[in-house]
Design a protein. Structure first.
Length: 182
């Protein structure tokens, strides 16, 4: 019985796509503005879609109460406006993106510190200590993002995007090179 595998052309496409993603990852590291622009645009589009969905659900839902409908429509309009303004006014979009990053880092730091401080019995003390240490490091990073949003915040966004693209690129290259020919 013949073994099935990935066609050679598909393996080539995976490898080429992986190399392109690695090039984009390096580009993000040297031009953080491009990475921030990409994430800001995706965030704005997501907010616009979410805003429309909330407004439509509020206007057409048969299971929501009158207050729920009104709340959904109002929230939808606010989210839609935020998305539109993020596209129209890039500085507002960048500020919103960095604010979301800072809040996420703060919540993550608080969670790590709380986990380390209130972990269940039987948890090794070194695990709790490491959790607290990581929480403090992330808290310092969150404060740095709040104090220097355009320097630290944008650089962190670019670094995370570069890491994501690099990991996907490496995965595609490995997948393309490691697949059986079919």
């Amino acid at each position: 019985m013949a073994q099935k595998g990935t066609p050679g052309w598909m393996r080539g496409v995976e490898i080429i796509a992986g190399v392109i993603l690695l090039i984009i990852a390096v580009y993000f590291l040297f031009t953080p503005d491009f990475a921030v622009t990409l994430v800001r645009t995706l965030l704005a589009i997501g907010l616009i879609v979410l805003g429309v969905a909330l407004a439509v659900r509020g206007a057409t839902s048969e299971i929501l109460s009158a207050a729920g409908k009104i709340l959904n429509v109002i929230l939808g309009i606010i989210v839609l406006a935020l998305g539109a303004y993020s596209l129209i006014y890039p500085n507002l979009g960048n500020a919103l993106l960095i604010l979301i990053l800072a809040v996420a880092l703060l919540l993550s730091a608080i969670g790590r510190i709380a986990f380390g401080g209130f972990a269940m019995e039987g948890m090794p003390s070194w695990v709790r200590s490491v959790s607290i240490l990581i929480g403090v490091i992330v808290l310092i990073l969150a404060i740095a993002v709040i104090i220097w949003p355009t320097v630290i915040g944008e650089a962190l966004i670019a670094l995370v995007m570069a890491l994501i693209f690099a990991l996907f690129g490496i995965q595609l290259i490995i997948s393309g090179a490691g697949s059986r020919s079919g």
